[in-house]
Design a protein around this ligand. Sequence first.
Ligand SMILES: [Zn+2]
Length: 129
Amino acid sequence: MKYLYYCKKCKSTNSTENDNSYLQCPECKVQMYATHITADEWETRTAEEKEFLKKSFETIEHPVMNPIGKALKTVGWVYIGLSVIGSFMMLTEVDVAYSALSLIFGCLGGLLLLGFAEVVNLLQDIKNK
Ligand SMILES: [Zn+2]
């Protein structure tokens, strides 16, 4: 299914396979706005209806990236990275089993943060629609 995108600068429309993705206007080279209308639906509209819809597209804003979701994602990756580094540093001091255990738990902690970040970002996507 193709989704309709709108350029506020040249008032043109374009479509692509994904909703809520980055699409550049072929003429103005600026980011186009996701209208959440399918291209098929757009084709069934009359010329007047299209003009009316284009006016309503003028008020669309770009989707907001949730700062908390972004931060949690970064912290999750840092957590995993530090766990890997830490467990390798431990190798010279302690038994391999302890090092492996700290690696596993470190990665699990980081993955939990990444999972929570994903939930926050998905909720923001729902709010953006
Ligand atoms: Zn344009």
